[in-house]
Ligand binder design. Structure first.
Ligand code: R5P
Length: 291
């Protein structure tokens, strides 16, 4: 049996403890002190044994701080183990996976190089924004899906004949598998995002959603702009209630308030990012691939 030690970064300590319990592995906590100038000083409470060390840290906001803390922990523990795995349940910068406009930088590639240079041998993440982002990391990596867990949650809600909706064409594979597990149908909207302003618009024509409860499925919600536009569009087409299922609920600024004001009944997300909507635990899917 493989022997693991799990270390939880400050951004993911609860999830890291759950993973450690499932792996029956010792758990090492980290300490953190923030200096007045904003620098973080990270400490590990124990030296890990010479086995596979799994460092768990999502890189949600403050993205750069959480990333640097992860890099710091890894650079410390790689002195004691030749196999350091980084579990990054929410992978920040994954949306910067290509040069959309001239002069842009593929920052997810930079993240991959930093992780590699710090001593990461393998990355494990959950519902990364795109396959391309995973490729750009240029390091051994695995992406697991939270869709099954989200579907199980919605099965318990016993919605009558819900329709699964992807707010954009890029998410239609996710919506398709969500709908197939929930044994219902799905539709994908056509969304346009202005690459300069970030503003989104729904370009789809009429969709048949009348009198149906809808589940909007997305990988992540940041400002809520995509979900809000999709909800407003769908409400105009006389749907019933709108629920949201997403893996990563960043919900920055007033996203929750704005999403509720647009008419969304409930947001369900996973604990890749802790918060009020995080009802689905991803520790099992993560530990199952590690075992
Ligand atoms: C875009 O392709 C993603 O899948 C999400 O729909 C998007 O990034 C969410 O961002 P926001 O909530 O700011 O619209």
């Amino acid at each position: 049996m493989v022997k693991f030690t799990v270390i939880g970064g400050d951004a993911s300590s609860d999830l890291a403890k759950r993973i450690a319990r499932r792996l029956k592995a010792p758990y090492i906590k980290t300490g953190k002190r923030i200096f007045p100038d904003g620098e973080s000083k990270i400490t590990i409470s124990q030296i890990p044994k010479k086995n596979i060390v799994v460092v768990v840290q999502s890189t949600y906001p403050p993205v750069d701080t959480n990333l640097l803390e992860l890099l710091s922990i890894v650079s410390k523990v790689q002195k004691f183990s030749s196999k350091v795995y980084a579990v990054i349940p929410y992978m920040g910068y994954a949306r910067q996976d290509r040069e959309f406009l001239d002069g842009e930088i593929i920052t997810i590639g930079v993240v991959g190089r930093l992780l590699k240079a710090s001593g990461v041998k393998k990355i494990l993440t959950v519902d990364i924004h795109s396959k391309l982002a995973l490729k750009q990391l240029k390091i051994s990596s695995e992406n697991v899906s939270a869709v099954e867990g989200l579907v199980k949650h919605f099965q318990k809600m016993k919605l009558k004949n819900p329709l699964v909706v992807s707010p954009d064409l890029g998410g239609q594979e996710r919506a398709k598998s969500f709908a197939s597990l929930l044994k219902t149908d799905f539709v994908a909207l056509k969304k346009h995002r202005n690459r300069k302003t970030g503003k989104v618009n729904i370009l789809s024509g009429k969709v048949d959603v009348k009198d149906r409860d809808l589940i909007l499925v997305d990988d992540m919600i940041s400002t809520g702009g995509s979900i809000i536009k999709a909800t407003q569009f769908l409400k105009k087409q006389k749907c019933k209630r709108v629920f949201v299922a997403c893996t990563h609920a960043l919900l920055v600024n007033d996203a929750v308030k704005n999403i509720k004001n647009a008419g969304v009944s409930q947001i369900i997300s996973t604990n890749t990012i802790p918060g009020n909507s995080a009802k689905v635990d991803v520790s099992k899917v993560i530990s199952d691939v590690l075992k």
